[in-house]
Design a protein around this ligand. Structure first.
Ligand code: ATP
Ligand code: MG
Length: 327
């Protein structure tokens, strides 16, 4: 059976970018794979997180997985920090990753840009990500476009390890969709919509109220042409909005273009907001039912046990291959 692993960091309030690039794919793919969805809380702390907020957001992300339609009876849902093998394999793989290749990671460049100090964990975090994926022998990893480079690093490190120590890890493939894999900021279509972006009008959060969603889309930048046409080169802002529409309505781009032909941006943006609201309302409702429930605790405890079983087998194989004494 093909196996899938992916996760969303509890580093901020989840926005519709993470939904388009990741969460929506999780929901669609869970039936065709043996699926593991985890909350990478160790990754979140590569940048300072207020402990109380981290605690709440970790539950929030897990609850959003379920509220969005991931079935915990089918998929394994767990917290990274509950499975110690991640940190252990992360360390072993750091001995195989090269300083030079980590220095080339564009996410590190972007996230460290302009900061006086950055944690060394921010620099090495792609290696921990490699450990996350390889521990489960995942064949496929659904990600947004921004994670493509990190997944290539995962493949390189796995191949290097296999060549040196014997075949241990499955080499994973990314799954990146055509539409929705790079949702850009509503204020600036050259920057991706991100949890860590301080400009609150740049992104729509999964838990935003209908009024906030309407206001944010009405303020979203467009261009002076007035034509609803998908063309990333000429019309990046409008193309971004069309893709968001397509993600939430699950309609083809061409249908959307036809519907709004000659209608101008005002109508399009208004109806876009309603399409997003309609999808988010039931997710928000379910979220509130489960986020503080003991059912969520049970799902996460059970998930961590199942995950640890798979992970410990791979970790043992990797340690043996490297020559560690194991009993
Ligand atoms: P941070 O700014 O802290 O990195 P983030 O919003 O990028 O947060 P992540 O947890 O890093 O969220 O990413 C979770 C998943 O969502 C990844 O697969 C990532 O590729 C995808 N993703 C994040 N932002 C977007 C976006 N704007 N468009 C499409 N996919 C995205
Ligand atoms: Mg990110």
């Amino acid at each position: 059976m093909k196996r899938l692993l992916s996760g969303i960091k509890p580093s901020g309030d989840l926005n519709i970018g993470g939904y388009g690039g990741a969460l929506r794919q999780y929901v669609n793919l869970q039936h065709d794979y043996e699926a593991y969805f985890f909350v990478p809380d160790f990754h979140a702390v590569t940048v300072y997180q207020d402990p109380r907020k981290l605690h709440q957001r970790t539950r929030d992300i897990a609850a959003l997985y379920i509220a969005s339609g991931i079935d915990p009876r089918k998929a394994t849902i767990f917290l990274q920090s509950q499975v110690p093998a991640h940190a252990e394999l992360g360390w072993l793989l750091e001995t195989q990753a090269h300083f030079g290749e980590l220095k080339r990671m564009t996410q590190f460049k972007e996230k460290s840009d302009g900061k006086d100090t950055v944690s060394s964990a921010l620099f090495t975090y792609p290696v921990l990500m490699a450990a996350d994926v390889l521990l489960y022998q995942a064949t496929h990893v659904p990600v947004g476009d921004d994670q493509k480079q990190h997944l290539e690093l995962t493949r390189d490190v796995a191949e290097r390890f296999n060549n040196r120590f014997g075949s241990t890890f499955i080499i994973p493939e990314p799954i990146i969709q055509d539409i929705g894999s790079r949702v850009m900021g509503l204020d600036d279509p050259s920057k991706k919509m991100s949890k860590s972006n301080p400009n609150k009008n740049s992104c729509v959060h999964m838990m935003d109220s209908p009024e906030d969603i309407r206001r944010k889309f009405s303020k979203a930048v467009t261009d002076s042409e007035g034509e609803v046409r998908h063309d990333w080169e000429q019309k990046p802002a409008v193309s971004n909005l069309i893709e968001i529409y397509s993600v939430f309505s699950e309609e083809d781009i061409s249908i959307i273009e036809k519907r709004y032909d000659g209608q101008g941006y005002g109508t399009f943006k208004k109806e876009l907001a309603e399409v997003v609201i309609e999808k988010l309302l039931p997710i928000q409702e379910k979220f509130h039912q489960i986020v503080d429930s003991s059912e969520l605790d049970r799902i996460l405890i059970d998930g961590a046990q199942r995950a640890a079983q798979t992970a410990s087998g791979t970790l043992l194989a990797a340690k043996k291959a490297m020559g560690f004494v194991t009993f």
